[in-house]
Each structure stands twice: as structure tokens, then as C-alpha cells.
Design a protein around this ligand. Structure first.
Ligand code: NAI
Length: 332
């Protein structure tokens, strides 16, 4: 049994977390949950957004599954997600996007994985506002080391998973130095992976290519802000935020999380779709080497998705969150 930190989060987080726990228990996944929360609920109860007990649990277990977290709006609150990623150097944000039978989308045969640098760029927190002049500066700090780490993660993934090509998305025609760093990193790292081809696309063209011919892409790697935007675009290609998974991976820690937010508009009503968190949990099982458990649950999920009446409202069905989970369990 491996102990995994479980962060239920806010809003719909606890409902979809319960669904995932029930499915993992039914599939006899050999893990024990250590539950520690963060976010608005924790702030209201304890006056802190990220309790020390959560940090201790993450440092002990080095692996976590996380529900969506509400970051209180207002001055002085830094995004909890960004804080966790930076504190534990979870530099690689990995977001697969794959079309699944039963999930409505205009595209077919999309099967790509996006690698977004997770700690640098415009998320470095280097912002200045001069009230007198009315000027705001946001520094997009990109480092040689950071570019090499994320590019190496993408090439390593392509080599391990027999993906023939990595595409680097950038804006080197305008961002002369930051854009150059990621391209130079790709040129250097590619020498370690002769079996993987690579090419590059300017970010605006990349968006156009993705929405017109997404099946041409295998593995995409890019800097933080471009990756943030592209990952939602890619989610849209395969059915939306409710069905895609995500992972924040560092050298010795990983936090797996649904890409969507805490959905306060539907929280507590049994309407939330647990697929995104479930698939993030399955990425976690693959990462832990529990491939058979992960494949068995993914198969059960895919069978369930084929029958609309078993699915939640966002997928065109009428089932509640827990009913959807029960259908997946019966299909195991
Ligand atoms: P959101 O993703 O929570 O909701 C957008 C829309 O999608 C809503 O209509 C919601 O009902 C629907 N939706 C989202 N997930 C769903 C699911 N699993 N099943 C069915 N419908 C679903 O985005 P929003 O409203 O912009 O953000 C709400 C809060 O979440 C904010 O406080 C934001 O900071 C936070 N957030 C947290 C994230 C995280 O923890 N990773 C990521 C994005 C936002």
C-alpha cells in the first residue's frame, strides 16, 4: 500500500473526490489516502489557505491527488496552485487531450500531450505597478535551466511512449530572448533523443493549426502562459474541461489534478462530472506503475461514457455524480 495525499478542494471538489475514492476502492487500488485540505474552506475554518499539515503530508508522501481550489479574490492572495507548483518545483505541467467515443466533439483522432512549463514566465510573480505613472510591468522570467527541464521532460515522454514528434510552440519572432531560449533548449536536448523528430511553430499559427488539423500533433512543449492557454484550447478539442486530466510533475514529487475549477455554480447539487479528476487519478496510477488498475478503470469509464443516460448533465445525461460513479463501478 502506498500513501497518497488527497486534497478534496472547494466547491465541487469534495463530491468528485468521493466519486474517485469509491471507484478506486471498488477496483481495489492498493493505495491509502491521507486527506488534507487547502483553499477557501480551509481558510474559513482555520484562517490559512495552505496549512502546514498539508505541506508536511506532501513532503512525506511526495505524491498527491488534488481537487479544484477556490483562490479568494482580492489583494494579497496568491494562487494556491501556483504556490504549490513553485514551492515543490513541479516544473512540468502535463495535460493529455484525446478524443473518446461517447464524448461529443467536432474532432476525431486527437491524441496529443501538452507539456507546459509550470513555474516561470509570466507566473514568476515579478509584477510592479507605478500608480503615479499608471504603468504596470509584469516580468516573464524564463531561464536556460527551466527551458531545458521542460523540453527534456517532453522529449523523454515522446521517447518512452513511442511518439514520433515533439512540437515547440513559441513567439521567438517577437520575444527575441525568451523565445530563443526554448528553441535552443530543444536543439540541445534533441541530440539526446535521436529517435524523436522535432519542429517548431509560432504560437499564433499553432492555435490556428490546432483548431483546423489537431491530429498532426503528438507532443507539444511550451512556456507557462502559452501552455496555460493552449491546454484549455486542447481540452476544447476533446470535449471540454470536464473530461481532461492534468499533472504537475517535478523530479521527486507529483500532484495530479483536474484542470477545471471549483464550479461554485453547481457545487453541492450532485451535478458535477467526476471524469477529469478520475482521469487525473488514472495518470497518477500510471505514474506509480499501477498500469493494470489504471487501464481497467479507464476501460470501465469509456464503456460508461458510451451510454448517455449513465452520464452527468454536462455530457448530455441525467445521472448524478454518485450515480455516474456507480455506473463506472458496475462496468469495472
Ligand atoms: P470552473 O472550471 O470552476 O467552471 C467553469 C464552468 O464549467 C462552470 O459553468 C462550471 O459549472 C462548469 N464545470 C467545471 N467543472 C465541471 C465539472 N467537473 N462538471 C460539470 N461542470 C463543470 O471555472 P471558474 O468558474 O472560472 O472558476 C471557479 C473557481 O475555481 C475560481 O475560484 C477559480 O480561481 C478556481 N479555479 C481553480 C482551479 C484549480 O484548482 N485547478 C482551476 C481553475 C479555476
Amino acid at each position: 500500500m502506498t500513501t497518497v495525499t488527497l486534497i478534496p478542494g472547494d466547491g465541487i471538489g469534495p463530491e468528485i473526490t468521493e466519486a474517485v475514492k469509491a471507484i478506486f476502492a471498488a477496483a481495489e487500488v492498493p493505495i491509502t489516502w491521507e486527506e488534507e485540505n487547502a483553499g477557501q474552506t480551509t481558510f474559513d475554518a482555520k484562517g490559512e489557505l495552505i496549512p502546514q499539515s498539508l505541506i508536511d503530508s506532501l513532503e512525506r508522501n511526495r505524491i498527491a491527488l488534488k481537487g479544484p481550489i477556490t483562490t479568494p479574490v482580492g489583494k494579497g492572495f496568491k494562487s494556491i496552485n501556483v504556490q504549490l507548483r513553485q514551492k515543490f518545483d513541479l516544473y512540468s505541467n502535463v495535460r493529455p487531450a484525446k478524443t473518446t467515443a461517447g464524448v461529443k466533439t467536432r474532432f476525431e483522432n486527437v491524441d496529443l500531450v501538452l507539456f507546459r512549463e509550470n513555474t516561470e514566465g509570466l507566473y514568476s510573480g515579478l509584477e510592479m505597478y507605478d500608480e503615479r505613472l499608471g504603468i504596470s510591468d509584469s516580468v516573464a522570467r524564463v531561464t536556460v535551466e527551466g527551458c531545458h527541464k521542460i523540453v527534456r521532460a517532453a522529449f523523454q515522454y515522446a521517447a518512452t511512449h513511442k511518439r514520433p514528434k515533439v512540437t515547440v510552440a513559441h513567439k521567438a519572432n517577437i520575444l527575441k530572448s525568451a523565445g530563443r531560449l526554448i528553441l535552443e533548449a530543444a536543439a540541445n536536448v534533441s541530440k539526446e533523443f535521436p529517435e524523436v523528430q522535432w519542429d517548431e511553430k509560432i504560437i499564433d499559427n499553432m492555435c490556428m493549426q490546432l483548431v483546423s488539423k489537431p491530429e498532426q500533433f503528438e507532443v507539444i512543449v511550451t512556456t507557462n502562459l502559452f501552455g496555460d492557454i493552449l491546454s484549455d484550447l486542447c481540452a476544447g478539442l476533446v470535449g471540454g474541461l470536464g473530461v481532461v486530466s492534468g499533472a504537475n510533475i517535478g523530479d521527486d514529487m507529483a500532484i495530479f489534478e483536474a484542470v477545471h475549477g471549483s464550479a461554485p455554480d453547481i457545487a453541492g447539487q450532485g451535478l458535477a462530472n467526476p471524469t477529469a479528476l478520475l482521469r487525473s487519478g488514472l495518470m497518477m496510477l500510471q505514474h506509480m506503475g499501477l498500469h493494470e488498475h489504471a487501464d481497467r478503470i479507464e476501460n470501465a469509464l469509456e464503456i460508461t461514457l458510451l451510454d448517455k443516460s449513465c452520464c452527468t448533465r454536462d455530457l448530455g445525461g441525467t445521472a448524478s455524480t454518485s450515480e455516474f460513479a456507480q455506473h463506472i463501478i458496475s462496468n469495472l
